[in-house]
Write a protein that binds this ligand. Sequence first.
Ligand code: URA
Length: 234
Amino acid sequence: MKLDRLIAGHHAMGRQAAHHAIAAKRVRVDGVVVIDGHHPVDRFTLVELDDSVLQAPERALYLMLHKPVGILSATKDDQHPTVIDLIDDPDKHTLHIAGRLDRSTSGLVLLTNDGRWSKRLMTAEEKVPKVYIVETLDPIAPDAVAAFASGFYFHTEDITTLPAELVILDERQARLTLHEGRYHQVKRMFHRVSNRVVNLHRESIGSLVLPADLPPGAWRALTREEVLAAAGGD
Ligand code: URA
């Protein structure tokens, strides 16, 4: 939303009065005088007019979690524990998940209540790389590397997967970098090369890497730098 609209909406002030107030330097955004009526604001922005608070900022949450195998990437479930159950924060009910993992997959999950941030991070267009360590039932054929790079056609969604980088680490282990997140994507891709995923772990999403000292089940808040870097600035 733009600053002038937010102000005009308060106390039925009207657009013109809002513009006058802004031009007269009576409006502060996050503590700083702003004279541009088109300045972007959202529900996490503090907006003040003279000495009164027009909008108190909501608390923005950005968390990383090391999801253990067996935990659901959902906010609520009647049968299984969810990632939200692992989090201890009074505002955890406001969180949503930016990029789910299957119940059988472990690794990095991001949670936030900032929908614009998670959208920027997760839209395929942004091509944020997601890195997985994959263990397979059968040896990984060397020609799988070229197949993953060319992409696979998924009939259900009528899409061809974006070029993915497969690095074979061992006979049955690989590091896979995807630039999108389709339903069961890693498992379906390995199925196409006549193999089966037996263990899947997400190491990173964009610039955010699961830290070695964050054990399964643990979480921590992202730093401001991490939040900005992950979604390509604000
Ligand atoms: N691909 C999968 O198949 N499962 C996941 O959990 C993530 C990516």
